[in-house]
Write a protein that binds this ligand. Structure first.
Ligand code: OGA
Ligand code: MN
Length: 203
């Protein structure tokens, strides 16, 4: 897999439940994703993010980012390239960690100035499909004092990840409590989840 040390990725995930990959994605793909996100944002093609499985709850005191879902039936060229890249990660996780990932869902997210997402898990109580969260950041030259760090609440410590372009974070959706600290600059990402078939469908 280009740009990724697969053994380190697997070891780190197994030991810590999360891993950060830097500069794993080809630069031209990264740039094109960033430009696409900005173009969609400027054309107003985003909506308020919601909380909960069926997305019925607009809770701006919990999160106030804006999102644009990728449509798997209608992917742009660059979205397809990114999903091809993720497909290699999916194969690795299935082969080595038996994760049983069957699909991916994802959205662009924009955190306008002042936005945040309070601490949460990505697996909902009534839905067990999400197994691995995967976030790609799209912010060129992000400065620490812009805020907007992804904060992972780990057993032994807290870990803050800068949302710098090209950084990818993977973590177990049901295990790692995390939040987005208030961003005082517009913050872009492509957030997604590797999903398995629901265990509820097996019984
Ligand atoms: C989410 C989320 C984190 C980030 O969308 O569920 O936690 O850093 N995003 O954007
Ligand atoms: Mn989350």
């Amino acid at each position: 897999m280009t740009g990724i040390d697969t053994e380190t990725l697997l070891d780190h995930l197994l030991e810590h439940n999360w891993v950060v990959l830097k500069k794993a994605l080809p630069q031209d793909t990264l740039t094109a994703l960033r430009e696409e996100a900005l173009a969609l944002w400027q054309s107003g093609d985003f909506r308020s993010a919601r909380v909960g499985r069926s997305g019925e709850n607009l809770k701006s005191e919990i999160r106030n980012d804006r999102i644009h879902w990728l449509d798997e039936e209608n992917l742009s060229d660059v979205q397809q390239r990114y999903l091809d890249f993720l497909n290699d990660i999916k194969d690795l996780l299935n082969r080595e960690l038996f994760m049983g990932i069957a699909s991916f869902e994802g959205h662009y997210a924009v955190y306008p100035e002042g936005s945040f997402y309070k601490a949460h898990l990505d697996r909902f109580q009534d839905a067990d499909e999400r197994v691995m969260s995967c976030i790609l950041y799209l912010n060129k030259d992000w400065q620490h004092d812009f805020g907007g760090q992804l904060r992972l609440h780990l057993d032994e410590q807290m870990l803050d990840v800068e949302p710098e372009a090209g950084t990818i974070v993977l973590f177990y959706s049901d295990k790692v409590l995390h939040e987005v600290l208030p961003a005082n600059q517009e913050r872009l990402s492509l957030t997604g989840w590797f999903r398995r078939r629901s265990l509820r469908d097996l019984y």
